[in-house]
Design a protein around this ligand. Structure first.
Ligand SMILES: *[C@@H]1O[C@H](CO)[C@@H](O)[C@H](O)[C@H]1NC(C)=O
Length: 139
């Protein structure tokens, strides 16, 4: 009968491979917009495309302390409300005044499409303050 076990070399290779996967996909903390923070007129669709992939359990940090004009963070329920900037069924995550110091942290802790937008004035419709994020699985 042929042996189906792994030899030592194969086991070492598998352990090394597993360790490198874990290292690459550890949860990250990402400042939304990088040094631009969360502001009017910065293209967050482009930023998200350039920064992806985002992983399950990564933390997004929205920074806009004392911003003038004010901003906020909402989660929109679907692509239609996202496209039209319709906040009627949106969930408020952070209002204009509650973000202090290190910013508002949001963990990508659900398997879903996350539609983020600012709900103040024309932030969403004109100010590009919206983005779609889909978390990838971590191994
Ligand atoms: C924002 O970036 C996206 C993706 O690159 C692009 O399709 C879109 O035209 C940009 N919007 C503006 C107003 O520049």
């Amino acid at each position: 009968m042929a042996s189906i076990g792994f030899n030592a070399q194969q086991i070492i290779l598998l352990v090394a491979l597993g360790a490198s996967l874990l290292t690459v996909t550890r949860a990250a903390t990402v400042i939304v917009g990088g040094s631009e923070n969360w502001r009017y007129g910065y293209n967050y669709t482009e930023w998200a495309a350039n920064t992806a992939p985002f992983y399950f359990h990564d933390t997004l940090v929205f920074k806009y302390e004392n911003s003038t004009p004010p901003h906020s963070v909402y989660l929109l329920p679907n692509l239609w409300s996202y496209s039209t900037c319709d906040f009627s069924k949106a969930k408020l995550l952070a209002n204009p005044t509650q973000v202090k110091g290190d910013g508002f942290e949001f963990v990508l802790n659900q398997w879903r499409v996350f539609y983020f937008a600012s709900g103040e004035a024309n932030d969403c419709k004109e100010g590009l303050m919206k983005m779609v994020i889909v978390p990838w699985p971590r191994f």
